[in-house]
Write a protein that binds this ligand. Sequence first.
Ligand code: SF4
Length: 347
Amino acid sequence: MLFLADVIKVLRLKRHSTFMENRLNTIMNANSPIEGKNQAKSWLNRRYHNYSYYLQKTYGEKIRKVSLHGGFTCPNRDGSKGFGGCIYCNNDSFVPHYINEAMSIPAQMEVSIPFMQERYNVQKYIAYFQAYSNTYSELENLKQLYQEAVNYPNVVGLDIGTRSDCVDEALLEFLATLNERVQVTLEYGIESIHDQSLKWMNRGHNYESVIKAVELTKQYGIKVAGHIILGFPVETREMMFQTGLAANNLGLDFLKIHQLHIVKRTVLASRYERDSFPLFKADEYIELVADILERLNPDIVIQRLFGDAPDDILIAPRWGYNIPKLVHLMDLELKHRETWQGKLFLS
Ligand code: SF4
Protein backbone atom coordinates (compact mmCIF):
# COMPACT_ATOMS: atom_id res chain seq x y z
CA MET A 1 0.00 0.00 0.00
CA LEU A 2 2.89 2.34 0.76
CA PHE A 3 4.21 1.75 -2.72
CA LEU A 4 0.87 2.62 -4.34
CA ALA A 5 0.44 5.74 -2.20
CA ASP A 6 3.86 6.97 -3.23
CA VAL A 7 3.07 6.51 -6.89
CA ILE A 8 -0.20 8.40 -6.51
CA LYS A 9 1.51 11.24 -4.67
CA VAL A 10 4.13 11.53 -7.40
CA LEU A 11 1.44 11.59 -10.08
CA ARG A 12 -0.29 14.42 -8.27
CA LEU A 13 2.73 16.70 -8.16
CA LYS A 14 2.17 19.58 -10.49
CA ARG A 15 5.61 19.86 -12.02
CA HIS A 16 6.88 16.87 -13.97
CA SER A 17 10.62 17.20 -14.24
CA THR A 18 12.82 14.51 -15.71
CA PHE A 19 14.01 13.85 -12.20
CA MET A 20 10.55 12.96 -10.99
CA GLU A 21 9.77 10.86 -14.04
CA ASN A 22 12.96 8.87 -13.48
CA ARG A 23 12.09 8.35 -9.83
CA LEU A 24 8.57 7.26 -10.74
CA ASN A 25 9.90 4.67 -13.20
CA THR A 26 12.29 3.39 -10.59
CA ILE A 27 9.62 3.04 -7.93
CA MET A 28 7.31 1.21 -10.32
CA ASN A 29 10.07 -1.27 -11.07
CA ALA A 30 11.28 -1.69 -7.48
CA ASN A 31 10.58 -4.69 -5.24
CA SER A 32 9.13 -3.72 -1.82
CA PRO A 33 11.90 -1.18 -1.23
CA ILE A 34 11.29 -0.55 2.49
CA GLU A 35 11.12 -4.03 3.89
CA GLY A 36 13.45 -6.46 5.59
CA LYS A 37 16.57 -5.05 7.20
CA ASN A 38 15.91 -1.60 5.71
CA GLN A 39 12.77 -1.34 7.80
CA ALA A 40 14.88 -1.48 10.97
CA LYS A 41 16.60 1.70 9.80
CA SER A 42 13.37 3.55 9.28
CA TRP A 43 12.79 6.44 11.68
CA LEU A 44 9.03 7.13 11.65
CA ASN A 45 8.93 5.80 8.08
CA ARG A 46 11.79 7.99 6.97
CA ARG A 47 15.24 6.72 6.03
CA TYR A 48 17.06 9.34 8.04
CA HIS A 49 17.10 10.16 11.74
CA ASN A 50 14.56 12.93 11.53
CA TYR A 51 13.77 15.54 14.16
CA SER A 52 10.08 14.64 14.49
CA TYR A 53 11.09 11.12 15.43
CA TYR A 54 13.62 12.45 17.93
CA LEU A 55 11.12 14.80 19.58
CA GLN A 56 8.47 12.11 19.83
CA LYS A 57 10.97 9.69 21.35
CA THR A 58 12.43 12.28 23.75
CA TYR A 59 9.24 13.99 24.95
CA GLY A 60 6.57 11.40 24.16
CA GLU A 61 4.49 13.93 22.23
CA LYS A 62 4.61 16.46 19.42
CA ILE A 63 6.72 19.55 20.17
CA ARG A 64 7.14 22.72 18.12
CA LYS A 65 9.76 25.42 18.19
CA VAL A 66 8.57 28.93 18.96
CA SER A 67 10.75 31.55 17.25
CA LEU A 68 11.65 34.49 19.48
CA HIS A 69 13.33 37.80 18.78
CA GLY A 70 15.72 38.84 21.53
CA GLY A 71 16.61 42.18 19.92
CA PHE A 72 20.10 40.97 19.05
CA THR A 73 22.38 42.16 16.32
CA CYS A 74 25.49 40.51 14.98
CA PRO A 75 29.21 41.19 15.50
CA ASN A 76 29.70 40.62 11.81
CA ARG A 77 27.50 43.63 11.11
CA ASP A 78 28.32 46.15 13.82
CA GLY A 79 32.06 46.16 13.21
CA SER A 80 33.28 44.17 16.20
CA LYS A 81 34.05 41.21 13.88
CA GLY A 82 33.21 42.70 10.53
CA PHE A 83 30.90 44.97 8.54
CA GLY A 84 28.08 44.13 6.18
CA GLY A 85 27.46 40.61 7.48
CA CYS A 86 27.65 37.32 5.61
CA ILE A 87 26.95 37.99 1.95
CA TYR A 88 23.82 35.79 1.85
CA CYS A 89 22.26 37.04 5.10
CA ASN A 90 18.85 38.64 5.32
CA ASN A 91 17.28 37.96 8.70
CA ASP A 92 13.78 38.73 7.39
CA SER A 93 13.74 35.03 6.47
CA PHE A 94 13.83 34.06 10.15
CA VAL A 95 11.43 36.32 12.02
CA PRO A 96 7.70 35.47 11.98
CA HIS A 97 5.61 38.51 10.97
CA TYR A 98 3.55 38.40 14.19
CA ILE A 99 6.47 39.14 16.56
CA ASN A 100 9.07 41.86 16.75
CA GLU A 101 11.97 42.88 18.94
CA ALA A 102 9.98 45.57 20.74
CA MET A 103 7.83 42.86 22.37
CA SER A 104 8.95 41.19 25.60
CA ILE A 105 9.70 37.46 25.48
CA PRO A 106 6.48 36.53 27.38
CA ALA A 107 4.50 38.79 25.01
CA GLN A 108 6.00 37.03 21.99
CA MET A 109 5.12 33.68 23.55
CA GLU A 110 1.58 34.84 24.18
CA VAL A 111 1.10 35.68 20.52
CA SER A 112 2.93 32.64 19.10
CA ILE A 113 1.54 29.85 21.24
CA PRO A 114 -2.16 30.09 20.29
CA PHE A 115 -1.04 30.11 16.66
CA MET A 116 1.03 26.94 17.25
CA GLN A 117 -1.80 25.25 19.12
CA GLU A 118 -4.29 25.92 16.38
CA ARG A 119 -2.03 25.11 13.47
CA TYR A 120 -0.07 22.13 14.84
CA ASN A 121 -2.13 20.91 17.78
CA VAL A 122 0.85 20.94 20.18
CA GLN A 123 0.98 21.67 23.90
CA LYS A 124 4.73 21.88 24.57
CA TYR A 125 7.37 24.07 23.04
CA ILE A 126 11.03 24.74 22.48
CA ALA A 127 11.90 28.43 22.81
CA TYR A 128 14.03 29.25 19.79
CA PHE A 129 16.21 32.35 19.51
CA GLN A 130 16.98 32.27 15.80
CA ALA A 131 17.51 35.64 14.12
CA TYR A 132 20.95 37.26 14.30
CA SER A 133 23.55 36.12 16.89
CA ASN A 134 21.60 35.21 19.99
CA THR A 135 24.48 35.10 22.45
CA TYR A 136 25.86 38.48 21.41
CA SER A 137 25.01 40.64 24.42
CA GLU A 138 25.94 41.25 28.04
CA LEU A 139 25.65 38.08 30.12
CA GLU A 140 23.07 39.65 32.46
CA ASN A 141 20.80 40.51 29.55
CA LEU A 142 21.19 37.01 28.10
CA LYS A 143 20.34 35.44 31.46
CA GLN A 144 17.16 37.48 31.72
CA LEU A 145 16.00 36.68 28.17
CA TYR A 146 16.71 32.95 28.40
CA GLN A 147 15.12 32.70 31.84
CA GLU A 148 11.97 34.47 30.66
CA ALA A 149 11.77 31.97 27.82
CA VAL A 150 12.26 28.79 29.86
CA ASN A 151 10.00 30.03 32.68
CA TYR A 152 7.07 30.30 30.28
CA PRO A 153 4.56 27.47 30.85
CA ASN A 154 5.07 24.30 28.83
CA VAL A 155 8.50 25.25 27.49
CA VAL A 156 10.62 22.09 27.50
CA GLY A 157 13.66 23.23 25.57
CA LEU A 158 15.80 26.22 24.69
CA ASP A 159 17.54 26.48 21.30
CA ILE A 160 19.94 29.33 20.65
CA GLY A 161 21.33 30.12 17.21
CA THR A 162 24.69 31.84 17.26
CA ARG A 163 28.22 32.16 15.92
CA SER A 164 31.16 30.11 17.12
CA ASP A 165 33.01 33.29 18.15
CA CYS A 166 30.15 34.48 20.40
CA VAL A 167 30.35 32.01 23.28
CA ASP A 168 32.56 31.87 26.34
CA GLU A 169 32.85 29.79 29.49
CA ALA A 170 30.76 32.13 31.66
CA LEU A 171 27.83 31.82 29.27
CA LEU A 172 28.23 28.05 28.93
CA GLU A 173 28.35 27.70 32.71
CA PHE A 174 25.02 29.52 32.97
CA LEU A 175 23.49 27.49 30.15
CA ALA A 176 24.63 24.31 31.87
CA THR A 177 22.48 25.27 34.89
CA LEU A 178 19.46 25.87 32.64
CA ASN A 179 20.22 22.55 30.98
CA GLU A 180 19.30 20.84 34.25
CA ARG A 181 15.73 22.14 33.84
CA VAL A 182 15.15 22.03 30.08
CA GLN A 183 17.20 20.69 27.20
CA VAL A 184 19.49 23.45 25.94
CA THR A 185 20.92 23.34 22.42
CA LEU A 186 23.42 25.76 20.93
CA GLU A 187 23.14 25.99 17.16
CA TYR A 188 26.27 27.14 15.38
CA GLY A 189 26.40 28.47 11.85
CA ILE A 190 29.16 26.40 10.27
CA GLU A 191 28.17 26.97 6.63
CA SER A 192 31.38 25.51 5.22
CA ILE A 193 34.51 23.85 6.57
CA HIS A 194 36.66 25.57 3.92
CA ASP A 195 38.36 28.74 5.10
CA GLN A 196 38.62 30.21 1.61
CA SER A 197 34.84 29.88 1.25
CA LEU A 198 34.25 31.41 4.70
CA LYS A 199 36.39 34.34 3.63
CA TRP A 200 34.51 34.66 0.33
CA MET A 201 31.18 34.84 2.15
CA ASN A 202 32.56 37.39 4.66
CA ARG A 203 31.78 35.06 7.53
CA GLY A 204 34.29 36.69 9.84
CA HIS A 205 35.58 33.49 11.43
CA ASN A 206 37.38 30.37 10.29
CA TYR A 207 36.57 26.70 10.70
CA GLU A 208 38.98 26.32 13.62
CA SER A 209 36.69 28.65 15.57
CA VAL A 210 33.79 26.22 15.00
CA ILE A 211 35.82 23.21 16.11
CA LYS A 212 36.81 24.95 19.35
CA ALA A 213 33.29 26.20 20.14
CA VAL A 214 31.73 22.78 19.54
CA GLU A 215 34.32 21.05 21.72
CA LEU A 216 33.85 23.58 24.55
CA THR A 217 30.05 23.40 24.39
CA LYS A 218 30.08 19.63 24.60
CA GLN A 219 32.31 19.81 27.68
CA TYR A 220 29.42 21.57 29.43
CA GLY A 221 27.00 18.80 28.48
CA ILE A 222 25.05 21.10 26.14
CA LYS A 223 23.73 19.69 22.90
CA VAL A 224 25.15 21.10 19.68
CA ALA A 225 23.47 21.71 16.35
CA GLY A 226 25.31 22.74 13.20
CA HIS A 227 23.99 24.57 10.17
CA ILE A 228 25.62 24.11 6.79
CA ILE A 229 24.91 25.55 3.34
CA LEU A 230 25.50 23.62 0.13
CA GLY A 231 25.86 25.39 -3.19
CA PHE A 232 28.42 28.18 -2.79
CA PRO A 233 29.64 28.94 -6.32
CA VAL A 234 33.24 28.97 -5.10
CA GLU A 235 33.02 25.33 -4.03
CA THR A 236 33.15 22.06 -5.90
CA ARG A 237 30.68 19.27 -5.18
CA GLU A 238 33.50 17.44 -3.37
CA MET A 239 34.08 20.42 -1.06
CA MET A 240 30.38 20.52 -0.18
CA PHE A 241 30.41 16.79 0.43
CA GLN A 242 33.31 17.24 2.88
CA THR A 243 31.37 19.95 4.72
CA GLY A 244 28.41 17.58 5.06
CA LEU A 245 30.53 14.82 6.53
CA ALA A 246 32.30 17.12 9.01
CA ALA A 247 29.28 16.63 11.29
CA ASN A 248 30.68 13.16 12.04
CA ASN A 249 34.04 14.42 13.27
CA LEU A 250 32.57 17.36 15.14
CA GLY A 251 30.25 14.98 17.00
CA LEU A 252 27.17 17.12 16.34
CA ASP A 253 23.89 16.13 17.94
CA PHE A 254 21.78 17.86 15.29
CA LEU A 255 22.40 18.92 11.71
CA LYS A 256 20.61 21.39 9.45
CA ILE A 257 21.41 21.34 5.76
CA HIS A 258 20.32 24.20 3.56
CA GLN A 259 20.64 24.88 -0.19
CA LEU A 260 22.20 28.23 -1.04
CA HIS A 261 19.41 30.75 -1.49
CA ILE A 262 19.74 34.14 -3.06
CA VAL A 263 17.42 36.49 -1.18
CA LYS A 264 16.71 40.16 -1.72
CA ARG A 265 18.64 42.92 0.05
CA THR A 266 21.87 40.94 0.31
CA VAL A 267 25.35 41.39 -1.15
CA LEU A 268 24.95 38.04 -2.86
CA ALA A 269 21.75 39.19 -4.55
CA SER A 270 23.56 42.21 -6.04
CA ARG A 271 26.36 39.97 -7.30
CA TYR A 272 23.91 37.44 -8.71
CA GLU A 273 21.90 40.08 -10.50
CA ARG A 274 25.06 41.58 -11.96
CA ASP A 275 26.61 38.30 -12.99
CA SER A 276 24.52 35.19 -12.31
CA PHE A 277 26.18 31.90 -11.42
CA PRO A 278 24.87 28.32 -11.41
CA LEU A 279 22.77 27.16 -8.44
CA PHE A 280 21.67 23.65 -7.61
CA LYS A 281 18.70 22.17 -9.40
CA ALA A 282 16.46 20.22 -7.04
CA ASP A 283 17.57 16.81 -8.31
CA GLU A 284 21.28 17.68 -8.07
CA TYR A 285 20.87 18.93 -4.52
CA ILE A 286 18.87 15.88 -3.46
CA GLU A 287 21.51 13.55 -4.89
CA LEU A 288 24.29 15.32 -3.00
CA VAL A 289 22.36 15.31 0.28
CA ALA A 290 21.60 11.60 -0.16
CA ASP A 291 25.33 10.95 -0.68
CA ILE A 292 26.00 12.77 2.60
CA LEU A 293 23.20 11.06 4.54
CA GLU A 294 24.45 7.61 3.57
CA ARG A 295 27.79 8.36 5.21
CA LEU A 296 26.50 10.27 8.22
CA ASN A 297 26.55 8.85 11.74
CA PRO A 298 22.98 7.54 12.25
CA ASP A 299 22.96 9.07 15.76
CA ILE A 300 23.00 12.60 14.29
CA VAL A 301 19.48 13.97 14.21
CA ILE A 302 18.55 15.77 11.01
CA GLN A 303 16.65 18.93 11.82
CA ARG A 304 16.38 20.17 8.27
CA LEU A 305 17.31 19.13 4.74
CA PHE A 306 15.93 22.07 2.76
CA GLY A 307 15.89 25.80 3.33
CA ASP A 308 12.75 27.84 2.94
CA ALA A 309 12.62 31.58 2.28
CA PRO A 310 9.53 33.79 2.08
CA ASP A 311 8.31 34.01 -1.49
CA ASP A 312 8.51 37.80 -1.60
CA ILE A 313 12.26 37.87 -0.87
CA LEU A 314 13.46 34.70 -2.63
CA ILE A 315 15.26 35.38 -5.90
CA ALA A 316 16.74 31.96 -6.70
CA PRO A 317 16.67 29.01 -6.93
CA ARG A 318 12.94 28.68 -7.47
CA TRP A 319 12.38 24.96 -7.71
CA GLY A 320 8.59 25.16 -7.62
CA TYR A 321 8.22 22.59 -4.84
CA ASN A 322 7.17 23.25 -1.27
CA ILE A 323 9.05 21.65 1.65
CA PRO A 324 6.74 18.59 2.03
CA LYS A 325 7.19 17.82 -1.68
CA LEU A 326 10.97 18.17 -1.42
CA VAL A 327 11.02 15.89 1.63
CA HIS A 328 8.97 13.39 -0.34
CA LEU A 329 11.45 13.55 -3.24
CA MET A 330 14.27 12.92 -0.78
CA ASP A 331 12.42 9.87 0.53
CA LEU A 332 12.08 8.61 -3.03
CA GLU A 333 15.78 9.11 -3.70
CA LEU A 334 16.79 7.11 -0.62
CA LYS A 335 14.25 4.42 -1.40
CA HIS A 336 15.46 4.22 -4.98
CA ARG A 337 19.00 3.63 -3.72
CA GLU A 338 17.74 1.19 -1.09
CA THR A 339 19.80 3.13 1.39
CA TRP A 340 19.43 5.10 4.64
CA GLN A 341 21.35 7.45 6.92
CA GLY A 342 24.56 5.78 8.02
CA LYS A 343 24.44 2.81 5.66
CA LEU A 344 28.00 3.66 4.55
CA PHE A 345 29.09 5.34 7.81
CA LEU A 346 32.53 4.25 8.99
CA SER A 347 32.68 4.64 12.76
S1 SF4 B 1 24.28 34.97 8.90
FE1 SF4 B 1 24.41 35.19 11.11
S2 SF4 B 1 26.58 35.67 11.44
FE2 SF4 B 1 26.18 36.10 9.29
S3 SF4 B 1 25.63 38.28 9.23
FE3 SF4 B 1 23.74 37.11 9.40
S4 SF4 B 1 23.29 37.08 11.59
FE4 SF4 B 1 25.47 37.61 11.35
